[in-house]
Design a binder for this molecule. Structure first.
Ligand code: GDP
Length: 456
């Protein structure tokens, strides 16, 4: 398993190290609560940015000797940073400009040869942002401080882009989420479609991991395997096998229990929705498609028993894909893989597809990108109203979450008007055209803001 490069945050007391640290690991907190058993100490945590992981270390939490004077304290931080970091983030306060201590540390960092980014915090307004590149910093030995406001979150996305680029240049690129986090996969579908055969084919020759893997707890029915150095956790595999044992008793998805399905879906990142390609898609399967669409799980459709289709031609895959799309329009974002669990054909391809789809759960637009995206979208199509008389005005658009992605669309509407659902669908479609969200559900949440005016 790969490890993420380390970014170490240093700076004088009160420059805002903890605020920046907390801002950068914000997304990770929600993720950590989902990955049971993860332990994380207070001053070191993974930051996820655009599907990549950087390990953040906040030296503000260092257990330094209280009798030390402040300068010594910072010197100690700098030494630790120089020793441990793949990149050093040196935080300064643009309100006060460079202090003697800052200059001393800056020279020390420069000498170390480690990649360093000076970050100018508390640039809460345009005037302060300008100051970060102003005369105050004439004799500053490092880059002009990268202006941010940790409190407001302004500039933090750009800073993370800068960190990523610097790490790439230094030959220590951030790791993909799929390389670090274990992917939790569930296998769903009607009895007899080939779920347990598929699981056996997929897991058959794999090395099962029994040792403790960081970030991971393993329930007795989970199968933890490694493929190309990445960890895959197939959850509730015994449940799948049990269904197979009962298949002759006429069990249907409904009888297996909507609750059980929901439970598996809630625990998984990626669902493999297995179909028997020789059978017509059932009402139950269409119902399951709806459940999956409304959930947070990403979906891959497995069209199994492909070996039973006679006289295949070059267009067969397309023809069958059309049929599946026709029956399951809700899952238009899910890729389809044609497999034969029995012969094992293309079964191993599932691993790479899972990793690809898992990665798209972390596709992330910075605030600026989301804003530009919206400006262009409006040029293509003005927002249309649902009910009411006035045209809705878009106030703002930003991505509020990853894993899975959620967007917040703020609209100025009167009490009696609404935004047409077709417009929300249009936005989803062009988001999918321009960014990779393969297999992953997208939510666009409408927030009504009657006070603000449109920024577009
Ligand atoms: P489950 O109930 O979904 O777990 O289904 P099983 O894995 O038990 O498979 C049901 C039946 O379909 C078994 O007889 C399997 O041998 C057969 N089967 C599964 N996958 C394939 C496949 O890809 N091709 C063919 N021809 N038969 C398959």
């Amino acid at each position: 398993m790969q490890t993420a490069p380390k970014a170490v945050l240093i700076g004088r007391t009160n420059v805002g190290k903890s605020s920046l640290f907390n801002k950068m690991i914000e997304e990770q907190k929600s993720l950590v609560s989902e990955v049971a058993g993860t332990t994380r100490d207070r001053f070191e945590a993974d930051c996820i940015w655009r599907g990549k992981i950087i390990r953040m270390v906040d030296t503000g939490g260092l257990d330094v000797d209280q009798s030390h004077e402040i300068e010594k304290n910072v010197v100690e931080q700098a030494n630790i940073a120089i020793e441990q970091a793949d990149i050093i983030l040196f935080l300064v306060d643009v309100n006060v400009g460079p202090m003697a201590d800052d200059l001393e540390i800056a020279r020390r960092l420069l000498k170390s040869g480690k990649p360093v980014i000076a970050v100018g915090n508390k640039a809460d307004n345009a005037m302060l942002r300008r100051r970060a590149s102003g005369d105050d910093w004439k004799s500053w030995p490092l880059n002009r401080p990268f202006a941010i406001s940790a409190k407001q979150g302004v500039g933090v996305g750009d800073l993370l882009d800068e960190i990523t680029n610097t790490l790439i240049k230094a030959g220590k690129p951030p790791a993909d989420v799929a390389e670090i986090l274990p992917m939790r996969i569930c296998v769903l579908g009607e009895p007899n479609v080939g779920k347990s055969t598929l699981l056996n084919a997929v897991l058959g020759e794999k090395r099962f991991i029994t040792a403790n893997v960081p970030h991971t707890t393993r329930e007795p029915n989970d199968a933890l395997v490694e493929h190309n150095d990445q960890t895959y956790k197939f959850i509730d595999t015994a449940g799948v096998r049990k269904q197979a044992a009962r298949r002759n008793s006429g069990t249907t998805l409904e009888k297996i229990g909507a609750e059980k399905t929901l439970d598996m879906v809630a625990k998984a990142d990626v669902a493999l929705f297995v179909l028997d390609i020789t059978k017509e898609i059932s009402t139950q399967e269409r119902h399951l498609a709806g459940v999956l669409q409304d959930s947070k799980v990403s979906v891959i459709i497995i069209a199994n028993k492909w070996d039973l289709i006679p006289n295949k031609t070059t267009t067969s895959v397309n023809d069958y894909e059309k049929i599946i799309r026709g029956f399951l329009p809700q899952l238009k974002y899910a890729p389809i893989l044609f497999t034969s669990a029995l012969t094992g054909k293309r079964a191993q391809d599932i691993f790479d597809l899972i990793a690809t789809v898992f990665q798209t759960r972390f596709t992330q637009l910075s605030d600026d990108e989301a804003k530009q995206f919206m400006s262009k979208a409006i040029v293509r199509h003005k927002p249309t109203r649902g009910k009411g008389v006035k045209s809705p005005k878009i106030v703002s658009f930003r991505q509020s979450h990853i894993n899975p992605p959620v967007f917040a669309l703020s609209v100025n509407l009167s009490r009696t008007d609404s935004l047409a659902t077709a417009y929300v669908r249009f936005l989803e479609n062009i988001l999918r055209e321009q960014y990779d969200f393969t297999g992953t559900p997208i939510r666009i949440k409408i927030e009504v803001d009657r006070k603000s005016h449109t920024t577009y």
